[in-house]
Ligand binder design. Sequence first.
Ligand code: PSU
Ligand code: MN
Length: 309
Amino acid sequence: MNPKKYLEVSKEVAEALAENRPVVALESTIISHGMPYPQNVETACKVENIIREAGAVPATIAIISGKLKAGLSKEEIEHLGKCGSDVPKASRRDIPVLLAKGSDGATTVTTTMMIASMAGIRIFATGGIGGVHRGAETTMDISADLEELAMTPVMVVCAGAKSILDLGLTLEYLETKGVPVIGYQTEELPAFYTRKSGFKVDYRLDTPEELAKTFHVKEELGLKGGMLVANPIPEEYSMDPATIHGAIEQALSECKASGIHGKETTPFLLAKVKELTGGDSLDSNIQLVFNNARLAAKTAVSLCELKKQ
Ligand code: PSU
Ligand code: MN
């Protein structure tokens, strides 16, 4: 077994890790599949800057020419953004084929966690995670993201999950798998575009230091799996619940009517919601990613302090 043979960590990220300096992983499905060009590239670069300003090193993760990469160049980010959904969306099951072919891949939460963990990165900031889809009792559509959270020791900072999913069942699944779900300064699971969902998180923590300490304890205990931090979208960018609810219902019925299934489901629903809500949802989406990057970077700084002790 020689997984490192397929891993390429950028010089900047490798040096930071070797010196116990804070690093934050970022995913690339959000670049290729989550936003239109050129906003996707602008956002990806700006997120990296936000992480730097908060004192950490960004490591955008993707599969490029058959290599698992942690830390991308500007040119590689531009390439992923320009090619958009022509870059295959890569979950755990896609990795062997993409690597054997020498192909590119846009990493989801699942594969970003896997590559981050291989590289030694412990914190990852994104927008929203995948979960149990509505109607999963008949379709069995449950994102591999939940299994990865159960297995791989990376903290994922997100803005909750969109209610294209069944949020209640998603929380049940995470509970069964032993994944702590932490609300950042909230008792309620945020629903991506909105700060509230009607579902309670397991615990509320109020500072990056508390998040870092909790993750540190989990690591010291040697418990497998990750931790999910749900950070609500800033008030000024949150959307009107009725607008977003209507768009999601319509997207779900169009998805069902067109017989979309498998890995196409999430991108279809995300694109449809975006189309139905216009530019507003894109702006909210960008802002919540910035907000998560800031919190992840501060937490990474605090986690490195704890490691020194
Ligand atoms: N949910 C979002 N935005 C996203 C995704 C999910 O609100 O960009 C992406 C993430 O990359 C996530 C993936 O890991 O979709 C989940 O896809 P699936 O449901 O096919 O596992
Ligand atoms: Mn799925």
